[in-house]
Ligand binder design. Structure first.
Ligand code: GLN
Length: 542
């Protein structure tokens, strides 16, 4: 079949959940047997979000092929179980860079280079790139930002042109907000009408409207919106706040979003999507009542989007273990030796978060010392793993002042050091060790047991590494390097045997945890936390 292109735009306000709606639609179409991919176009000028502070844009997600991407790609992968790549996330910066490179090469010799047609043509080329591989029946394209933003204009113009060129093979879903005014006790559709008008001014008539709302919108009001916005009644769908984002595909299906999309793109719409495994997960997620308490120690805790993939991975793992996740964020900058016991003693497991730079690092060491001494299941990820190594060096191996050269150039024990390949790099954008690398695990390690194999491939995002010169000293002193990259010998996983579960990974297992395939390390960590909780309950009984 010819590839169908679905564009998802947003209006009124940002953060309405375009990513979740796109992911939910993808899930439904996949469950009907179609081949689907989702891509995100971000109107900002950065080449990628890799250089953005998490406070600006939440977590930076990393694809298998080493692209630093918008966190929505994490939702796409978690919902669809399908890998994304560099091609799935394009920014204004990338578009301009490519056009300017072409101009310098002489591709447009003699011509004035303009937003229309040059920038819009490049956007259109990028939109169609995945479709042209012949691998997908549907390409869902989410346009970041809101209609009316200056930055979005060229993207909307490209969408307008594409809809014209693609005819029935293109469809536009517009997501808006219907606020509830408490004082008037009324839901208001005027912002939606304005937003649709703005889209129409850009030459785009939406085919489907998804109305985000905190209160159920009555059918009469949906009909009114349909009438005002030139949309058929069945194509006005509401997206009520859901107890979990994983319920959204079901909510969309109940209102016929998938059916309407199929009808409007000229495809057979009978039959039902096969959502058995999805429902199995959801059932577990929603029926788990017993809590498992996990602390996440990091410095970006004010903004929970900064640790999105970790919190989602924990929630998947807990659900499969029939536990309700209670994730407690602990600010590493505010953690001290005085209050660490109070903050961590009721926890069943502790995650030490990834990160960059000095701020909040001492709190991570304090937490790690407490975790190691109290033998609580502990999972260090990337910088968290590096901190595990440093804390062990300082407090167990007697290497006073041990550190990472990221934090202290002059440390007497550079147990974490800049990777050799990084030493000649000065540019900051896209230059870390990024993407999936192989790792070989020792057969008797906790990690190998968790994965059920000794060969894994996980994604990375770092410049510093465990310094191999100290490997013997650590191994003799009780910290084992159980995971190594077969090509370079880099240490990727450390463990302290004899502890309940004390493990650190240089890689980010959270990038590969999906609803249907939770990452085995998170599952093993949650199981260790559950076992630890049971032990403590038994002890209390004695
Ligand atoms: N700052 C550390 C490094 O660059 C860890 C990075 C991370 O946690 N993602 O190696």
């Amino acid at each position: 079949m010819e590839t169908k292109y679905i564009f998802v735009t947003g209006g009124v306000v940002s953060s309405l959940g375009k990513g979740i709606i796109s992911s939910s639609l993808a899930r439904l179409l996949l469950s009907r047997g179609y081949r689907v991919t989702i891509q995100k176009f971000d109107p900002y000028i950065n080449i990628d979000p890799g250089t953005l502070n998490p406070y600006e844009h939440g977590e930076c997600y990393v694809t298998e092929d080493g692209h630093e991407a918008d966190l929505d790609l994490g939702h796409y992968e978690r919902f669809t179980n399908i890998r994304t790549s560099r091609a799935n996330n394009v920014t204004t910066g990338r578009i301009y860079q490519s056009v300017i490179d072409k101009e310098r090469r002489g591709d447009f010799l003699g011509k004035t280079v303009q937003i229309i047609p040059h920038i819009t043509d490049e956007i259109k080329r990028c939109v169609k790139k995945l479709g042209n591989t012949g691998k997908y029946d549907f390409v869902i394209t989410e346009i970041g930002g809101t209609v009316g933003d200056i930055e979005s204009t060229p993207f909307l113009e490209a969408v307008r042109q594409l809809r014209w060129e693609l005819g029935k093979n293109a469809l536009c879903i517009h997501l808006t907000y219907v606020p509830y005014l408490k004082a008037a006790k009324e839901l208001k559709t005027k912002p939606t009408q304005h937003s649709v008008k703005m889209l129409q001014q850009a030459g785009i008539q939406p085919d489907i409207l998804v109305l985000r709302t905190e209160k159920e919108i009555p059918a009469s009001m949906c009909r009114k919106v349909a009438q005002f916005c030139n949309v058929s009644t069945e194509a006005v769908i509401q997206s009520l706040d859901a107890p979990t984002i994983y319920e959204v595909p079901l909510m969309m299906h109940a209102q016929g979003l998938d059916k309407t999309v199929l009808e409007k793109t000229g495809l057979p719409s009978e039959g039902e999507p096969d959502l058995r495994s999805w429902n199995h997960f959801l059932h577990k997620l929603e029926n788990a009542t017993e809590e498992i308490r996990i602390a996440l120690v990091g410095k970006y805790v004010e903004l929970q989007d900064a640790y999105k993939s970790i919190s989602e991975s924990l929630s998947h793992a807990a659900a499969y273990c029939d536990k309700k996740l209670r994730l407690v964020y602990i600010h590493s900058e505010k953690l001290s030796t005085e209050d660490v016991d109070e903050k961590l003693r009721d926890m069943d497991g502790v995650i030490i978060a990834p990160g960059f730079g000095q701020r909040g690092i001492e709190g991570k060491f304090i937490a790690l010392k407490w975790c190691r001494e109290h033998d609580i299941p502990t999972f260090g990820i990337c910088l968290g793993m590096q901190c595990m190594v440093i804390e062990y060096a300082r407090n167990v191996l007697g290497m006073k002042g041990a550190n990472s050269t990221e934090m202290d150039h002059a440390t007497p024990y550079n147990v974490i050091d800049l990777m050799e390949e990084q030493k000649s790099i000065s540019d900051m954008g896209g230059t870390m060790r990024l993407g999936a690398y192989e790792c070989e695990l020792l057969p008797d390690s906790l990690a190998a047991k968790a994965y059920g194999t000794t060969k894994v491939k996980e994604r990375h995002r770092h410049r510093f590494e465990f310094n191999g010169d100290f490997r013997d000293r650590f191994e003799k002193g009780g910290m084992r390097c159980v995971g190594t990259n077969p090509a370079t010998g880099l240490v990727e996983v450390v463990e302290v045997p004899g502890k309940r579960w004390f493990l650190g990974t240089q890689y980010h297992p959270e990038y590969q945890s999906t609803v249907l395939e939770p990452n085995p390390l998170f599952v093993a960590f949650i199981k260790a936390a559950i076992a630890y909780e049971h032990e403590r309950i038994e002890k209390q009984k004695d």
